[in-house]
Each structure stands twice: as structure tokens, then as C-alpha cells.
Ligand binder design. Structure first.
Ligand SMILES: *[C@@H]1O[C@H](CO)[C@@H](O)[C@H](O)[C@H]1NC(C)=O
Length: 470
């Protein structure tokens, strides 16, 4: 709680100077003018920074082939383009036998045949300032146990060559402006939590991190990734293509990214600082999935600020760092033993909550799906699994929102959801501004309320809230 005022400080500094000026006696006016002028200069500078703040919007091509209301067509996509500086199309993958960058198998027809690649880059005709990038990996290329293709490719410089050539050729052929390297490095193993509710509250000491080694060869892979980035940048330089980096959720930056060695060869770094706790990773305890600041001493690294600070401390320029913001929530089933308050961390949870009606992914709700569960006209008289959740905002502005419904007498229908809404997303944009960072990377347009069904018929409310703050 001590850190609460740091955000406010930078905002109020200039007004303090002005107040001081007003209170000074006439004789002091000249002296008073100096800080005032400096104050104006500072304002001028921060205004200049506004123009360069980036809003990188991820667009998952799979949303084009979803069923029902979650299907997002190019017509649905267009209203977002006035707000995004970059559109990042996801996701291409690696063919493990050729080491080439390819359209992922399920989507081959979509990307190339029906040419979604070209339609997406074609949006630049109407929005000439828009940069359109192709993203590789992004946790979407084959199941996790096969992830090693991302490591074996790194391990030989011969394997890197076809990757680099095919990446350059895909970018060029389809008119992309560059590549977003969302490399699928192995993730941290989730922390285990033991004990019933009593022992849980008694101490966080029971949590043990385990000595699990994420990757025995992480030092080598780190060096090799730096080489890949350098080689890609060299291949891209003649055409001026953008090369960006995405650090995926729960990938430990200190294991895989040599920040000083690679930062000069990338145009930006998207820190996907969300999904720190999820019902899949942590089925027995529910907690905020993407807090800005440290929740408590249990998980000092599981917040936006830690991730940002890590890159800044390793000499990444602030202007290259973008904070990843998710447009969805994560839902745990809560039990009778979870208690009635909903106050996180919520113990004795029972795995993922039921799938959303539209997205159909267990324990995962898009913003319109979360929104429909919050108290509204349609659900005010409903009971059981259809009844409204109780919404709990975040007056501290540090951790995010959650909503929940305690389990009933039979132990059923308990649900706890941690989510991002337009207000909390705006707080992250304010954080980005106060730290002078590059911008926000929004993941994903297809999970924002692109139909505008939730609040006041406004399409893309999370995207808009961020844009207005940046
Ligand atoms: C990340 O790796 C460092 C060692 O490089 C380790 O000290 C730290 O605990 C790891 N973080 C997590 C969340 O596993």
C-alpha cells in the first residue's frame, strides 16, 4: 500500500509548481517564472510523447471461423482500425520438418486460399498509417509438449536460415510490414498450494515453488535466440521491415532474453503480462490474473510492474516496451469451502468454471461474456447458474476487478472471475503513460465487445478506453 501514491506524483508535480508560483510574493516572480517555464517544457514533452504512444492490436485469424456471435469478420474488424497503430495478425507457426515459417495447418485455407492474409494487409489502403504485422507462435502453434520445435530451430544456425528466408518471403509476398516474434519458450511451472482453508490462511509459507528446471539449456537458447533476432533484423533491414518481440505469459524473461544484447535489433517488446494465475495453472486457488502491482510477498514477479521493471533495469529503452492487456477473464469454480466473501486469494477452488456460451473455452470468458454475467436487467431475477455475479471493483487501482457467486447450499454454481474491463484497462494505459512506455498491446480484438452489445452499443469498449487514456 505504501507505493500507492507513486502514480499520482508525476501528475501533480506540475500543478505543485504552479501553486508555488501563485503563492510567491511579487519580488519572487522572476524566480517563480523559471520553474513555471520548466513545467511548461515538461508538459510540452509529455504531449509530444502522446503522439508516439502505440496501440498494437492483436487479431486472431481463428475468430474468422468461429461460430455464432463470436465470429469476427473483416467488417467487424474495421471499426477498430481508427484506434490501432499496429494490427498484429495471429498466428503463423513453424513447420518442424522444414523449419519454415508457415500458415498454421488448420488455417492454411483461411490465410492463403481465401487469402485472409491479403485482406488484412489490404486494410492499409483505407488506413495508410496502420502497420500490419504477422505474429509467429503466440501459444497457438501446436500443443505444448511439441513446443521443442521452437528450441530445436534455435539450436542450429542451419535451421535458422530457412526460417529467416521464409519469414522474409511471407512478409513480402502478402504485404505485411514486419514480424512479431511470439516465440514459444517453455513456461514457468505453476506454484503449488497445499492445505485446506485453515492452513491456507495461516501461512503462505506452505506454498513452495519447487526446484523445477524450466529448461536445462536455457543459457544456450538465450544466446541462440539473440543470434536469430540479429540475423532476422539483418534480413529485414534492406526492406525496413519491423521486427518485434512478444514475451508470452509465464515465460521467465531472465531465462530466455538477453535484453542488452538483443534490444537494439528489435523495434518493440510486447510484455504479455497477464494470465499470471489461471484456473488451468492453479486449479485450487483463485487470484487476480493480471495485477499492475505486487499482490503480496507470495508472488513478487506476477504483476505488470515487475515485468516492465525487469526490462527497464536491463537497459531496454522505455519507449520500446508495450504492456500486454487481455480482453478476457479467467473463471474458477468455487466450492462451499471457499467461503462467502470472494476475497482473493480464494482457497479450495475446484478447477475451471464452465465454458462461455460463445467462446466455448472452459474457464475463459470474453469481455462481452463477463459483462453479461454482471448484474443487469436481463439477469436480475434469475437464479442458480444464470443468476448475476457480484461485482467487486478495485478502489486501490492496483490489482483489477473480480466478480463472483458463492456456492449454494448444495455446493453448486459457485464461480469466481478475474477480468479486465474498460476501467481497469484504462488504468494500465495510465500506468504506461506515467512510466513513459511505448504503449499497449491489446490481446485480442476478437474478445473485446466488438458488437457493442454490452454497454451503450459502443463497439470495442476496452480498446476505446485504452485509446482515450494513452
Ligand atoms: C526466473 O528465473 C530466475 C533465474 O534466472 C529465478 O530466480 C526466478 O525465480 C524465476 N522466476 C519464476 C517466476 O520462476
Amino acid at each position: 500500500m505504501k507505493k500507492r501514491n507513486t502514480l499520482l506524483l508525476s501528475m501533480t508535480q506540475t500543478s505543485i509548481i504552479e501553486i508555488n508560483c501563485l503563492n510567491n510574493k511579487p519580488a519572487m516572480k522572476l524566480f517563480a517564472l523559471l520553474p513555471m517555464l520548466l513545467g511548461f517544457l515538461a508538459i510540452g514533452q509529455s504531449n509530444a510523447a502522446v503522439g508516439t504512444t502505440h496501440l498494437l492490436c492483436y487479431y486472431d485469424g481463428d475468430s474468422f471461423i468461429r461460430e455464432g456471435l463470436s465470429k469476427l469478420t473483416l467488417n467487424d474488424l474495421e471499426p477498430a482500425m481508427q484506434f490501432c497503430t499496429h494490427l498484429i495478425y495471429g498466428y503463423a507457426g513453424i513447420n518442424p520438418s522444414s523449419n519454415k515459417l508457415v500458415s498454421t495447418n488448420e488455417k492454411r485455407d483461411l490465410d492463403l486460399g481465401s487469402s485472409l492474409f491479403r485482406s488484412v494487409t489490404g486494410l492499409k489502403k483505407k488506413y495508410p498509417a496502420l502497420k500490419v504485422l504477422l505474429s509467429v507462435g503466440g501459444d497457438r502453434d501446436a500443443p505444448e509438449e511439441e513446443n521443442s520445435k521452437y528450441l530445436t530451430l534455435l539450436e542450429s544456425s542451419n535451421a535458422r536460415i530457412p526460417f529467416i528466408n521464409s519469414a522474409h518471403s511471407l512478409v513480402k509476398t502478402y504485404g505485411f510490414d514486419g514480424l512479431d516474434l511470439a516465440w514459444q519458450f517453455p513456461k514457468n511451472k505453476p506454484k503449488k498450494v497445499h492445505g485446506g482453508i485453515g492452513s491456507f490462511w495461516k501461512g503462505f509459507k506452505k506454498i513452495f515453488t519447487g526446484n523445477h528446471i524450466v529448461d536445462e539449456k536455457s543459457e544456450e537458447h538465450k544466446e541462440e535466440f539473440t543470434a536469430l533476432v540479429r540475423e532476422l533484423k539483418n534480413a529485414f533491414r534492406p526492406d525496413g521491415y519491423i521486427l518485434g518481440l512478444s514475451v508470452l505469459p509465464n515465460v521467465n524473461s531472465s531465462l530466455f532474453y538477453d535484453v542488452p544484447a538483443l534490444i537494439n535489433n528489435v523495434d518493440y517488446v510486447n510484455l504479455h503480462a497477464y494470465d499470471f494465475q489461471t484456473p488451468v495453472r492453479n486449479p485450487e486457488v483463485a487470484d487476480f490474473t493480471a495485477p499492475i502491482y505486487e499482490l503480496n510477498e507470495r508472488n513478487p514477479e506476477f504483476n505488470v510492474n515487475y515485468q516492465v521493471q525487469y526490462w527497464l533495469n536491463n537497459h531496454a529503452p522505455a519507449s520500446k516496451i508495450n504492456v500486454g492487456v487481455a480482453t478476457y477473464g479467467r473463471a474458477w469454480k468455487i466450492t462451499k469451502d471457499s467461503g462467502l466473501t470472494g476475497l482473493p486469494p480464494v482457497a479450495e477452488t475446484d478447477n475451471v468454471g464452465p465454458a462461455g456460451l460463445q467462446t466455448q473455452i472452459a474457464g475463459f470468458y470474453s469481455w462481452p461474456e463477463v459483462c453479461a454475467k454482471l448484474p443487469n436487467q436481463a439477469n436480475q431475477h434469475l437464479k442458480g447458474a444464470d443468476g448475476p455475479l457480484r461485482k467487486v471493483g478495485d478502489p486501490t487501482k492496483r490489482f483489477g476487478s473480480y466478480a463472483y457467486r458463492s456456492a449454494d447450499d448444495k455446493g453448486e454454481n459457485g464461480l469466481w472471475v478475474s477480468y479486465e474491463d474498460p476501467d481497469t484497462a484504462a488504468l494500465k494505459a495510465a500506468y504506461v503513460k506515467s512510466k513513459g512506455l511505448g504503449g499497449i498491446a491489446l490481446v485480442d480484438l476478437s474478445y473485446d465487445d466488438f458488437r457493442g452489445g454490452c454497454t451503450g452499443n459502443e463497439k470495442y469498449p476496452i480498446l476505446r478506453a485504452i485509446k482515450y487514456k494513452l
